[in-house]
Design a protein. Sequence first.
Lengths: 609, 397
Amino acid sequence: MASNHYDNIRERTRNFCIVAHIDHGKSTLADRMIERTGLLTSREMQDQVLDNMELERERGITIKSQAVRLVYKAKDGVEYIFNLIDTPGHVDFNYEVSRSLAACDGAILVVDATQGIQAQTLANVYLALEHDLDVFPVINKIDLPSAMPEEVRHEIEDVIGIEAEDAPLISAKQGIGIEDVLEAVVEKIPAPEGNAEEPLKALIFDSLYDSYRGVIVFCRIRDGVIRKGMQVRMMATGAVVEVVEVGYFGPGQFIPCEELAAGQVGYFTASIKNIKDARVGDTVTEHTRPCAEPLPGYKRAQPMVYCGLYPADSAKYPDLRDALEKLQLNDASLFFEPETSLALGFGFRCGFLGLLHMEVILERLEREYDLDLISTAPGVVYKVYKTDGTMIELTNPSNLPDPAKIEHMEEPIVSAEIMVTTEFIGPIMQLCQERRGRYLDTEYIEATRAVLKYELPLNEIIYDFFDALKSRSRGYASFDYDLKGYETSELVKMDILVNKEPVDALSFIVHAAGAYERGRKMCEKLKEEIPRQLFDVPIQAAVGGRIIARETVRQLRKDVLAKCYGGDISRKKKLLEKQKEGKKRMQIVGNVEIPKEAFMNVLKLDAGN
Amino acid sequence: MIEFNRGGPVSLYLHFPFCERKCRYCDFLSGPAGEETREEYIDLLCREIELRAGETLVTDKGAEVVDTIFIGGGTPSLMTPAQAARVMDTIRCCYHVLTDAEISMEVNPGTVDPDKLRGFKAAGIGRLSVGMQSFDDSELRLLGRIHTAAQARETFFAAREAGFNNINLDLMSALPGQNIETWSHTLEVAVSLGPEHISAYSLIIEEGTPLAALLDAGKLPDLPSEEEDRRMYHFTKQFLASKGYRRYEISNYAKAGYECRHNCGYWTGHEYLGLGLGASSYLDGERFKNPDEMDEYRKAVMSTSDSNSLETMRRERQKLTQKDCMEEFMFLGLRMTDGVSEPEFERRFGVKLEDAFGSVLHRHLEQNVVCRTSDHRISLTEYGLDVANYVMADYLL
């Protein structure tokens, strides 16, 4: 086909995403754009088409990036092809945001007219600018009585430094101003560059596993053309496959087409069985006519948070493995490897991008795979430098080497930006102090709002930092963070001993200063959770063999049914059966029967500290 | 020593579901009713006795042999002597009641006088179980009993006068506000009367009873602590032993030869037929219950013309499997201080107790909640008795 055909399509194409702080209306705007371009009538449309995972819809968040192609006939009479690529809004998923951005040429920045700029607004804008995207703002929720569009307009110009003079004022919910947004996409977002005549060069920005078609590879074509039957090569892995199908993204479905050329966004399948063969960030090229250089890939996200996952019913171990494998097919950032716990049996050590990621995975395992799980305390990756000069990355506290062989330990530190109204600066600073934060700076955005800059140990924010932040600012503070690096820290391993036996599932790494308090609380809680046994059960918290806290579960003194009414043996048996059921859910640790829920409950409390 | 029954005589339990006023701790099937209702109930009960006798019980040798009868409630002593006689006569017509059969009736001291007691004796009742509960009037009020301590003593003497030479006193420990002093007073008075048998129960606060509500509302003194409760229990055992009463079951004490045969039957797998509203039975390897709604019970008894349709009266039927029987052998047998016999277990089930419950048994021996005697019996230790539920639950397979 003539190259002007490809150029014509390319010039009518706009590849973009929408970035926003959580709840500022990103998904709603996407829905309205889809609706307005006539792909779906509003009746056919399920709310928020792009968030097509059940869980996403329930939580109102976008976890996995999705894309959709829209055709818009603009006021200039030309039909434009919009490839709208959805991005997750949550800090845990910065990596996914990043890879989605790599497929775009521009971004719509949605700002809530009632809230103005928030921490994730800034984080996402900076990320977009880092990827050289052209960003234009829209101001949403102008229908709300508390909307302050003009103030927000100035804030965008002052704080972010991008032009906002003609930012569309919209209400995605009410469908106001959507036309203006569509026109602005045509005007403000550049057409993709690229040459269809060149050898194929395409970026893999996402993938999805389908049990019939194998891996569905999402890609942005930079140069050349990809079509059915072509032999393509993944430049990083070297895998060579034959393209079975190419197509683009309809709302909630894949629409096959003949070919995808430079500037376009779409997918291909090639009977790829393993998602690892189609790595996100890899460059796809034609096997027989390869491009000279691969695209700069982006680095793979490293799991930041680890925990042990165990089936409550140990017979379900293979089911848990199958479920994790299936989830991993679509989520390369999920890491897992088998581990064994004396207390909990066989399970897996799992790595996640962050705590939300962990929660999402846990919930999917329980909901979609019907598994009853016990998870151990989430922890971060520590670097343990040994006296022999070697270093290990510690993801499971149980594997900590003998303290005598440890030179020093390091923990991950993040740079955090907390945006807060000035009245809450005091409480928030106090919170950061409690979490071992190092204060860097306060930047005033306007008279009543400021950005607090802190360095915080990741360990201190993976539990409930978000919740604490919200509760101490009546919901107004917002937060974003970036991994800064590792720093030496005075860390100790705390063991919990039940009846003198360490319970491996309850061991954790803690900063020496907070050890006593944590140990005391763990012991208190465990005392409530462990039913009385036939003997006194000491519960102890120990650091390096030294007991720092102790509680005792007193011996069971009385459990007897004095009377058995009128030969009603069945009633008696029912009572014993209930008791027996209770015992079945117990795990025997050091001769002590501990209900499996106890582990969960103790760890939950621990998160609440 | 009592061994498991294998066929042979059966026991009868007769339920009388009426009382003058419900006690505050009671969650059992009973309630006040007028005289007419009570008379109608006796009619129904007698009819059921006749119908049941025609059931599978009758062997080709003639009427079924009955070795114990227990009339419980409710307050069966609310029956008139004439009603009691009618019930007993009906039983004697339909069953072969052994001459040395143990025939017990529960008596509330607030419902009897010397004449009435003589009447019960004449009707053929041989053993009385008197619900004294306490010899402290304030405790009796707290429990909602309808009698005083003095009345209770008078009832006892009147029963002796009437010729009852086998009397049980029911006593209750672990009452709100009770301590070892007030409890030992009750025990001392009880022993001074010289009954043949004493049942001493720890009060159980049943959900939904007025007593539970009063306790929740903080309107009663505190319940004794577990430690106090156990002190009372252990004192009871020692004190009664010193007075010649042996503890033969978790809550039962008797002078030699006066152990309640009827109750022991429950713990040893003896067959029994429950008659009356909501009564439980164990017959032919099956446990079942009568309807516990009066209308339903009446309908069942009145519409039944022959023994076959009595089948429809059986509720909550459960045919016991070998596994059920093994479990019951253990958790019922262990209620008795002599415990269970290993050779008897093997004889009944064709498998060694050791093989059926090996790991549990060894753990329990190690934990010192059960012990093994030289004559191959397994029984609960003193501590095992305190935590009997915990231990018994382990014998469910």
